[in-house]
Ligand binder design. Structure first.
Ligand SMILES: *[C@@H]1O[C@H](CO)[C@@H](O)[C@H](O)[C@H]1NC(C)=O
Ligand SMILES: *[C@@H]1O[C@H](CO)[C@@H](O)[C@H](O)[C@H]1NC(C)=O
Ligand SMILES: *[C@@H]1O[C@H](CO)[C@@H](O)[C@H](O)[C@H]1NC(C)=O
Ligand SMILES: *[C@@H]1O[C@H](CO)[C@@H](O)[C@H](O)[C@H]1NC(C)=O
Ligand SMILES: *[C@@H]1O[C@H](CO)[C@@H](O)[C@H](O)[C@H]1NC(C)=O
Ligand SMILES: *[C@@H]1O[C@H](CO)[C@@H](O)[C@H](O)[C@H]1NC(C)=O
Ligand SMILES: *[C@@H]1O[C@H](CO)[C@@H](O)[C@H](O)[C@H]1NC(C)=O
Ligand SMILES: *[C@@H]1O[C@H](CO)[C@@H](O)[C@H](O)[C@H]1NC(C)=O
Ligand SMILES: *[C@@H]1O[C@H](CO)[C@@H](O)[C@H](O)[C@H]1NC(C)=O
Length: 658
C-alpha cells in the first residue's frame, strides 16, 4: 500500500524526513501543558488537517513561509523575542474552525507559533486566545505585546508576560457602518509559562473603547517605549506608550496615543490623536491613498548606522482607499473576469513630533511611501531586545483566488517573510533617473534642514541578513553568473540569458543591474519560467522612463485551465521606483538596481533597492519541475547594461512543525 505522502511530492516541502538537504536546526522547544479545557479541544483543527490527502490542499502551499496547516488567517499579532527562552513568538488572527474570517458563532481567535531562527516554525496547537467571554465573543482582534514585561516585575502581573488586544462584543465592525460605542474595547492577556499559554486578565476589558460614535474604528493596540515623547512631555522615566488605530468619520483616519502606567499596565491615559489627514488624500503616485480608517499603526524610531541621525516612522494599514489600483483594475478583457481585491494600502510615513501646551502629541509628515505595493497588509513589528533590530511581518492575502477554489484549498493567507526596517541614508545625491529635483519624489526626505546637504533618507526594508543566508544555505542547488550583458560575450545583441534550474517551486534570485547613465531608456527584466514548455512565466521588469517596477502575472495560467481558474486575479502589480545618482568628489556614479526575489510556491516577494517591495501571489499548478530564470534587457542602450553578481538558489526548504 502506498502512503499518501508518496503520492504527493508537493508535501516534501513540508517534511524533514523526505528532504535530505535540510540541516536540523537547534531547537529550544517549550513543553506545552495539556490543553486547558474542552472548548479548546473541540476547536483544534485536526478534522480539517485530514484534507492533506487532497491535492488541492497542497497545490499552492509554500514551504518556507509560515502559515497554519488549515483555515483562515489574517493580521500577524504581538510579535516578540523572549531572551529567556531564545524564542521568537508570532501570533496571528486565525479562525481555528472556518476557512473564512468568521461568522456570528465562530469568531476570529489568535493562533500562535514560535521559532528559534525565523525560518523554521513550531505551530502551537492550542489557540493562544479564543473569543469566549461576553466582552470578546465576537472576536479577539489584533493586538500588541507589552515589551516592559520581558524585563520587569510589574506589580499587578508579577513576572508574567502581558499583551493587549482588541476585544469585540458585537458583529459587523467596519468603517462602512455607523460606529456603536463599546463594540471594540481593550483587554489584556498574560502568560506565566514563558509564553506557552495565555490567560485573559480577570479585570477585562480595561478600556471601554471609543468615546463617541463619530469614530470609524478603535483597535489594534501597538505598545512601545518612546523616548522622543518622554522628552517632549518632560517625563524623566522611560514610559510605555500605545497607539490605538481608527479615525473620525468627518475628519479622517488617524491613530490615538495613550500613555501606560508602567507599574499598573491596566492604567492607560489618553493623550491625543497623532496625525491629521483628510480621508483619501494622496500626494502623488509615489505615495499611497491614506484611506478612511487606519488599522495596525506601529511606530518606531530608526537610526542611521553611520551617524547620529534618527527619524521617527509610522507603518500604517489604510482601509477604504480608492479601488482603482493596478491589482484591481480592468485593463484587458481577460482581466475583467478576474476577482478583485479589497481596496487597502500598507503605508509608511516619517515626520516631526511636537507637543502643544495642552500636552497633545502630533506628528507632521515630511516624507511617506508605500510599505508594500502588492497584496500585503496589516504589518506588525517589534524591536529585538538584544540586537535592537526592528522586525516586521505582514499578511499576504488569499483574495486573488476565487472563493470556490479557496474553499476547496481549505486554507487562506500566508505570513510574509520577516522584514528588517532601517533608516536608509543616501549621501552626495545629485539626482535620480531622469531628473535632479528629488523633492518631486516624496519617498525621500531631504536632511538638509538638519545640516546634511545632499543627504536623503527613506525607509529601508530588507530581509534580515541571517534569514537570507539561512534560506540560501538550505537550497539544493546554486548557480551564479558574475556578469552578463547583452553585448558581453557574443556581441550580436542577444537580449536574453537563461539560467536553468531543476526545482523551480522554491527559489531566491539576486542580481544587481548596472545602467550606463541616468538617461538610459532600456527596460530590464527577470522572469521566472515555471515549466520547461516556456508557456508559464512571471515577468518582473524595471522601466526607467516610466520609473516603474511591474510584475506581469498574465502568463501564469495553464492553457488547460477551467473557467473558474481564469477568474484567479492575474492583474499586474506595479510600483513607482527610481535609481539615484551620486556625485562625491571625483566619484560620480549611479545606484545599481539591486533585486532580491523570493519565490515560494504561490508567494512572490520582490525587494528592489531595499525600499520598493512588492508581495504578490502566483498560482501556477503542478509539481516542482525544471524551469529557468531569464535575465533580459531591451531597448536602444540594452548592450550597455550589465547584470552583476546574479545568483539563483533553488529547492529551498524549512521545517514547519504542526
Ligand atoms: C458559522 O460556521 C459554523 C461552522 O461552519 C456553522 O456551524 C454555523 O452555523 C455558522 N454560523 C452562522 C451564523 O452562519
Ligand atoms: C515580583 O513582585 C511580587 C509582588 O510584589 C513579589 O512577590 C515577587 O517576589 C517579585 N519577583 C521578583 C523576581 O522580583
Ligand atoms: C491598577 O489600576 C486600576 C485602574 O485604575 C485600579 O483599579 C487598580 O486598583 C490598580 N491596581 C493596583 C494594584 O494598583
Ligand atoms: C471589472 O469588470 C467586472 C466585470 O465586468 C466588474 O464587475 C467590475 O466592477 C470591474 N471592476 C472595476 C474595478 O472596474
Ligand atoms: C491640544 O492642542 C492641539 C494643538 O494646538 C489641538 O489641536 C487640540 O485640539 C488640543 N486638544 C485639547 C484637548 O484641547
Ligand atoms: C548643497 O549642494 C548643492 C549641490 O552640491 C550646492 O549647489 C549647494 O550650494 C549646497 N548648499 C549648501 C547650503 O551647502
Ligand atoms: C554566446 O556566448 C555564450 C557564452 O560564451 C555561448 O554559450 C553561446 O552559445 C553564445 N551564443 C551564440 C548565439 O553564439
Ligand atoms: C510607460 O508609459 C507610457 C506612456 O505613459 C505607456 O504608454 C506605457 O505603456 C508605459 N509602459 C509601462 C511598461 O508601463
Ligand atoms: C490546476 O490543475 C487542476 C488539476 O489538474 C485543474 O483542474 C485546474 O484547472 C488547474 N488550474 C490552473 C490555474 O491551471
Amino acid at each position: 500500500m502506498r502512503s499518501s505522502l508518496a503520492l504527493l511530492p508537493l508535501v516534501m516541502g513540508m517534511t524533514t524526513t523526505l528532504s535530505p538537504t535540510v540541516v536540523a536546526a537547534p531547537r529550544h522547544k517549550l513543553e506545552f501543558p495539556p490543553t486547558r479545557d474542552l472548548q479548546i479541544a473541540s476547536r483544534r483543527p485536526e478534522v480539517v488537517a485530514t484534507k492533506a490527502a487532497n491535492n488541492a490542499f497542497e497545490r499552492y502551499r509554500p514551504a518556507f513561509h509560515f502559515q497554519p496547516k488549515s483555515n483562515w488567517i489574517n493580521d500577524p499579532c504581538a510579535p516578540f523575542f523572549d531572551p529567556s527562552t531564545s524564542l521568537y513568538h508570532l501570533f496571528f488572527q486565525w479562525n481555528p474552525v472556518l476557512n473564512d474570517w468568521g461568522n456570528d458563532t465562530e469568531a476570529i481567535a489568535w493562533g500562535h507559533a514560535t521559532s528559534s531562527n525565523l525560518i523554521d516554525w513550531d505551530f502551537v496547537d492550542t489557540p493562544a486566545l479564543l473569543p469566549s467571554d461576553p466582552y470578546d465573543d465576537k472576536g479577539v482582534f489584533t493586538g500588541g505585546f507589552i515589551p516592559s514585561t520581558l524585563a520587569s516585575n510589574t506589580t499587578l502581573f508579577g513576572s508574567d508576560l502581558v499583551l493587549a488586544y482588541t476585544s469585540v462584543k458585537r458583529e459587523g465592525v467596519t468603517f462602512t457602518k455607523p460606529y456603536l460605542i463599546g463594540t471594540e474595547t481593550l483587554s489584556l492577556a498574560q502568560s506565566s509559562d514563558n509564553g506557552a499559554t495565555w490567560q485573559k486578565y480577570e479585570g477585562n476589558p480595561i478600556l471601554s473603547g471609543a468615546p463617541t460614535s463619530d469614530y470609524t474604528g478603535w483597535r489594534d493596540p501597538y505598545i512601545s517605549y518612546w523616548p522622543a515623547v518622554d522628552s517632549l512631555l518632560g517625563s524623566s522615566d522611560q514610559s510605555l506608550y500605545a497607539l490605538i488605530s481608527g479615525g473620525h468619520r468627518d475628519e479622517g483616519p488617524t491613530t490615538f496615543v495613550y500613555k501606560i502606567n508602567p507599574n499598573n499596565l491596566t492604567k492607560w491615559e489618553y493623550i491625543s490623536s497623532l496625525v491629521s489627514f483628510e480621508s483619501n488624500s494622496r500626494e502623488s503616485r509615489w505615495t499611497g491613498d491614506v484611506g478612511k480608517n487606519w488599522e495596525c499603526v506601529n511606530r518606531m524610531s530608526l537610526k542611521d548606522s553611520d551617524s547620529d541621525l534618527e527619524r521617527e516612522f509610522l507603518i500604517i494599514s489604510a482601509e477604504g482607499t480608492n479601488p482603482n489600483r493596478v491589482g484591481n483594475g480592468n485593463g484587458t478583457a481577460s482581466e475583467a473576469v478576474m476577482v478583485t481585491r479589497t481596496p487597502r494600502y500598507q503605508l509608511w510615513m516619517t515626520g516631526e513630533l511636537a507637543t502643544s501646551s495642552n500636552s497633545s502629541i502630533s506628528l507632521t509628515p515630511s516624507a511617506s511611501g508605500i510599505f508594500d505595493h502588492g497584496n500585503f497588509y496589516a504589518a506588525n513589528s517589534f524591536r529585538h531586545p538584544i540586537t535592537d533590530k526592528l522586525l516586521a511581518w505582514g499578511w499576504v492575502q488569499e483574495e486573488d483566488l476565487p472563493n470556490d477554489i479557496r474553499a476547496e484549498q481549505g486554507w487562506s493567507g500566508i505570513i510574509s517573510s520577516p522584514r528588517e526596517l532601517y533608516l536608509q541614508v543616501h549621501r552626495h545625491v545629485t539626482g535620480y533617473f531622469g531628473g535632479d529635483d528629488l523633492s518631486k519624489i516624496p519617498v525621500f526626505e531631504s536632511l538638509e534642514k538638519l545640516g546634511n546637504n545632499g543627504t536623503y533618507s527613506t525607509m529601508g526594508i530588507k530581509l534580515p541578513e541571517d534569514v537570507l543566508q539561512g534560506l540560501k544555505a538550505r537550497a539544493t542547488a546554486y548557480q551564479k553568473l558574475d556578469k552578463w550583458s547583452p553585448s558581453a560575450t557574443n556581441g550580436t545583441g542577444e537580449n536574453e540569458h537563461d539560467i536553468s534550474i531543476d526545482d523551480n517551486a522554491q527559489i531566491i534570485v539576486q542580481s544587481s543591474v548596472r545602467y550606463p547613465s541616468a538617461d538610459a531608456t532600456s527596460v530590464v527584466g527577470i522572469s521566472i519560467f515555471h515549466d520547461e514548455s516556456q508557456k508559464l512565466h512571471t515577468d518582473i521588469s524595471f522601466d526607467p522612463v516610466n520609473q516603474s517596477i511591474t510584475i506581469d502575472r498574465s502568463n501564469t495560467v495553464s492553457p488547460k485551465a477551467s473557467a473558474v481558474d481564469r477568474t484567479i486575479n492575474r492583474r499586474p502589480e506595479s510600483a513607482a521606483h527610481t535609481l539615484l545618482t551620486y556625485g562625491g568628489l571625483g566619484d560620480k556614479h549611479m545606484e545599481t538596481l539591486d533585486v532580491v526575489i523570493l519565490f515560494d510556491k504561490s508567494i512572490l516577494e520582490v525587494f528592489i533597492n531595499e525600499r520598493t517591495i512588492i508581495s504578490t501571489r502566483i498560482y501556477v499548478n503542478g509539481t516542482s519541475s525544471q524551469g529557468f530564470v531569464r535575465l533580459s534587457a531591451h531597448g536602444v542602450d540594452a548592450q550597455e547594461i550589465v547584470f552583476e553578481r546574479t545568483g539563483v538558489w533553488s529547492g529551498i526548504d524549512a521545517e514547519m512543525r504542526y
